[in-house]
Design a protein around this ligand. Structure first.
Ligand code: URA
Length: 432
């Protein structure tokens, strides 16, 4: 087989065979296919697309390019959840202990943040001692014994995706739906869970800017997972405003803890109940989603979800007393108000701009070498649909002095205030 033939066939709009896709992935991972040929193929895929069968073959070939997590020694169904990246997205920190408090096994490998969306690992590291780097065997044991673990990628998982993603990043080929779907699904398949819920973010602050593109991506990922025997759900959620109120590492963990204590923001809780209800019914723990939601509310009220969070943090070496006393988290030196310059209703909060405002303060990274300040970030005082008076706080900037003025301007400009009241919609669609 010749790589030039494969590039030519895709360039001319033909469907690639499973063998051609496997040849490419194997050769590129081993180094026998150079970057320039892989770039040409990625661009041909970007322009001509791939059908479900081709995208499934690409996901499987990338899944098989390295180690795979073997969760088979853990009894029962194992669940995983993936978000395509949003601002203020701390869902996993609430969802995982919530569903694990019913005995469901939650096995999650997460990433660090780059750009305006924070990474779950960076957030968890704001708890003293929390260790993201546990070995595969310890990861499996913790999921078995505690019911949940959230770690960095362990072992040599999907090396083909790692190499190809880095290449796509510098060849303007990231935003291809079949390439994104196969990249995400290769990692989810290698991570080994039976039940996978994908949270596909839609809007200005997300990868997918339109509902049509988000539906296309979600449908393709659900199809790839189902073709591989996984139980798949994709929830399409609005990223036209940040999720919850807090954006920033320690601030988001504190908000997750408060949600587990029963006083979190409504949109965050609603999303966790929505995703959790699919996971718990698909695992056979509850018969209906309504029952599952009622039971989850009960485990928040009776403290079982918070107790599971503390057990999980302690199992990974973290100081669980942070959950009892959130003043133990790193604190910003100053909290400044960003005030409304007119009265009305908040009609839009640019999630991307809020993400950038947080990044300017040191809450995110521009390059992987940047060091994160866990204490800083933005806390919204108003969400879309809220009434606001002139001079009232729109949000609070938690700062240690870095780029404060610029961050406050960015945050102020993120808010749109209008005379019309608009009701935000969080869940836009569900694809199973
Ligand atoms: N996230 C991934 O893991 N892969 C992509 O291609 C895009 C987003």
């Amino acid at each position: 087989m010749l790589m030039t033939d494969i590039i030519e066939r895709k360039r001319d709009g033909y469907k690639l065979s499973k063998e051609e896709i496997e040849f490419f992935v194997k050769g590129y991972t081993e180094g026998s296919i150079p970057d320039y040929q892989a770039s040409a193929l990625c661009m041909a895929i970007y322009l001509k697309g791939m059908d479900d069968e081709e995208a499934t073959a690409l996901a499987i070939a990338m899944r098989d390019s390295g180690d795979k997590m073997d969760l088979s020694s853990i009894p029962g169904k194992k669940v995983d959840k993936h978000s395509t990246g949003g601002v203020g997205d701390k869902t996993s920190l609430v969802l995982a202990p919530l569903v694990a408090s019913f005995g469901l096994k939650f096995a999650k490998m997460s990433g660090r943040g780059l750009g305006h969306t924070g990474g779950t690992l960076d957030k968890l590291e704001s708890i003293n001692g929390y260790n993201i780097g546990i070995a595969p065997e310890a990861f499996v044991n913790q999921v078995k014994n505690v019911g949940m673990a959230i770690v960095g990628q362990t072992g040599n998982l999907t090396p083909a995706d790692k190499k190809l993603y880095a290449l796509r990043d510098v060849t303007a080929t990231v935003s291809s739906i079949p390439l994104i779907a196969s990249s995400i699904m290769s990692k989810k398949l290698a991570a080994g869970a039976d039940i996978i819920v994908l949270d596909v973010k839609v809007g200005a602050g997300a990868f997918m800017k339109t509902l049509d593109d988000a539906r296309h991506l979600a449908r393709l990922m659900v199809q790839i997972g189902s073709n591989c025997g996984r139980n798949m759900t994709a929830v399409l959620t609005n990223m036209e405003e940040p999720l919850g109120l807090a954006v920033g590492n320690a601030l988001e963990v504190i908000e997750a803890i408060n949600t587990l204590k029963g006083h979190g923001p409504k949109d965050l809780l609603d999303l966790c109940l929505e995703i959790g209800s699919y996971q718990l019914t698909d695992a056979g723990i509850f018969a209906t989603r309504e029952e599952a939601k009622a039971a989850m509310r009960e485990n928040i009220a009776n403290g079982k979800a918070l107790a599971k969070f503390k057990e999980f943090v302690a199992a990974q070496g973290g100081d669980a007393s942070f959950a009892d006393d959130t003043t133990k988290f790193a604190q910003a030196k100053e909290i400044l108000e960003v005030k409304a310059d007119k009265a009305g209703y908040v009609s839009h909060i640019d999630a991307l701009a809020i993400g950038h405002a947080g990044m300017l303060l040191g809450a995110g990274r521009e390059t992987m070498a940047d060091v994160i300040d866990p204490a800083v970030g933005i806390v919204l005082n108003k969400k879309v649909g809220d009434k606001v008076e002139k001079g009232e706080a729109l949000c609070y900037v938690y700062t240690n002095g870095k780029n404060t003025k610029e961050s406050m301007e960015r945050a102020f400009n993120a808010f749109k205030i209008s005379s019309e009241h608009t009701e935000p919609q969080l869940i836009l669609d569900v694809i199973r």
